[in-house]
Write a protein that binds this ligand. Structure first.
Ligand code: RM4
Ligand code: NI
Length: 300
């Protein structure tokens, strides 16, 4: 098996975005990437196979291939697709406001984690109108990247972000049925956590949104994020604390309070466990430096 490398696709290594249109997609053997791939299926059909299993894709399907998932294409019948090749961190995602859209979590983490297990029933599909809109945005990116007029990186990135925001909203109406609806609710749970960075959350609040039992929610969360729901939420609060330590003059006690810790010793212990350094030292090293794109990280 081989790995496609970012430097084969990105004209400027500091700007990790490229479009690879496949009209048609040729047979393509199993491979991995050191970048992520957002795939829009435009026309035809074919079998998308991954190390987990295989299924037929049809126009309107949209999915993320995270770099380390091995995949390929076979049994093609005029399959046409657009690969948007990117590294999120270099383009400003994850982003906190984006994280408030449940569909963002569906697209980036939940559907990829459940694709095979749900027998492709939780897949995300665009209507023909939505597909047109998404396609227009990818064409705008492509034009900017090929013309390279001054400001093209800024423009291409902004179209890319629009595309991600647009897809996240398109997958966020929750009107699916059965398993798709359950997965959407998980997206809502994660968005809810992102929204409440300033206090503790009780597990009952989350099961109220997911509509599942505590043990099911725990299992789902382990699968998606590698942590329990409460640990994941704690990490979100700690990353908020990092922002405050970098950018505000709040005392440690105030930062603890702002992120929902009543006891600043407990806050400091949790901070050190997750960040490896105590809050004071973290501030000393990072005060005034820009805030990295928000990511609560994985604890696996
Ligand atoms: C291939 C196929 C692969 C993609 C590369 C860039 O034709 O679509 O999945 O990684 O293009
Ligand atoms: Ni690929």
């Amino acid at each position: 098996m081989y790995t496609l490398r970012a430097d084969e696709f990105f004209a400027d290594p500091g700007f990790p975005l490229a479009i690879a249109s496949r009209d048609p997609q040729p047979l393509f053997p199993i491979h991995t990437h050191d970048f992520s791939e957002l795939v829009l299926v435009i026309g035809g059909t074919g079998v998308h196979f991954t190390e987990e299993g295989q299924y037929q894709v049809i126009p309107g399907d949209a999915y993320i291939i995270n770099g380390d998932l091995a995949h390929g294409y076979k049994n093609l019948d005029d399959l046409v697709l657009i690969n948007i090749i990117f590294q999120g961190a270099g383009l400003g995602i994850p982003d906190r406001d984006l994280s408030s859209i449940p569909g963002y979590h569906l697209l980036f983490t939940i559907e990829p984690a459940y694709r095979y297990r749900d027998r492709f029933q939780s897949r995300l599909r665009l209507s023909p109108q939505e597909l047109d809109r998404a396609r227009n945005l990818t064409e705008a990116i492509e034009r900017e990247l090929s013309d390279q007029n001054p400001g093209y990186q800024f423009m291409a990135r902004s179209y890319f972000l629009q595309l991600i925001g647009f897809l996240s909203r398109a997958f966020g109406d929750g009107d699916g049925s059965g398993i798709a609806r359950q997965r959407y609710r998980l997206g809502k749970v994660i968005s809810y956590m992102e929204h409440h960075r300033d206090r503790m959350i009780r597990i009952e609040e989350l099961t109220g949104i997911s509509g599942s039992s505590e043990s099911t929610l725990l299992r789902d969360f382990k699968r998606i994020t590698g942590s329990s729901p409460l640990e994941y939420h704690l990490r979100i609060r700690i990353s908020r604390a990092c922002e405050l330590l970098r950018s505000s003059s709040f005392s440690i006690t105030q930062v603890a309070f702002e992120t929902g810790f009543e006891d600043s010793n407990y806050f400091s212990r949790q901070f050190k466990r997750i960040m490896d350094v105590p809050p004071r030292e973290y501030r000393r090293h990072h005060f005034g430096t820009p805030i990295a794109p928000h990511s609560p990280g994985r604890s696996r």
